[in-house]
Design a protein around this ligand. Sequence first.
Ligand SMILES: Nc1ncnc2c1ncn2[C@@H]1O[C@H](COP(=O)(O)OP(=O)(O)O)[C@@H](O)[C@H]1O
Ligand SMILES: [Mg+2]
Length: 275
Amino acid sequence: MTGNPDIASPKAELERLREEVETIRVQLVEAHKMAAVGRLTAGIVHEINTPIASILTNNEVILRSLEKLKTLVGAQQAGSAPSPKVVQILDTIQSLASVDKIACERISAVVRGLKTFSRADESELRESDLHEGIQSTLKLCQCQYRSQISVETDFGDLPKVECYPHSLNQVFLNIVVNAGQAIDGEGKITVRTRRDGDAVLVSISDTGRGIRPEDADRIFTPGFSTKAVGVGTGLGLAICKRIVEETHHGSLTFEGEPGKGTTFHIRIPVRQKKG
Ligand SMILES: Nc1ncnc2c1ncn2[C@@H]1O[C@H](COP(=O)(O)OP(=O)(O)O)[C@@H](O)[C@H]1O
Ligand SMILES: [Mg+2]
């Protein structure tokens, strides 16, 4: 051993190393879990896509056929007494088919969103449109919020950003989910994007309960959570911090007021330094 004269207490150093190992272990577990979820999602997306596409096509044919049938029934009955019952039944089927169409389109939109997340080819550094990732994140979360939480976007003019889109989507998802979980009852989430010199800034605000001053120093610590077991793992923000600051050389900060809400600022350089 070379020995470090600066080490005041080997015990403290050991403790620090032990903590570091624990942090890395927790991050590894989470990375494995995310990779497994990604693979699983890609499979599900594939399985759902084909039947949904076929239902949507059939639905279009049904709607067109009903339109024709109505014209035919109308023409046939022109001479004799009209049968309101037949027309009524046709109307009912038609409106049900229209609702089915909307339902299918919704499922398709969610599946498209999932696809953005599970895209395996996006593990490479590439130029990406951040708005695309943000939109699909919001689409995924909206099903969870129903009408209680409104979501607003205020998108600026952003250049393509050199990044790992898959990882950044994970950051947007974690922060948007946290924002939703911070809101009791009704509230609003706002996602704002701006160019800021040689970087882009994504700010995600919520009107939720805010972060207590005594927790502010700890929210990025792996394992810190104020949520019930099963709801929170306390890993979300630790992973976000690592993805934004270590992988993308950006910064992840927050501001807010307890009781009023919180804003997380994600700053990502437009270009990554060649190393
Ligand atoms: N938007 C937010 N509003 C209020 N508190 C937040 C918000 N985002 C994060 N927090 C706090 O930071 C903690 C850590 O967040 P995170 O690392 O994502 O873990 P988890 O969500 O699993 O608890 C949360 O438990 C919560 O106390
Ligand atoms: Mg979280």
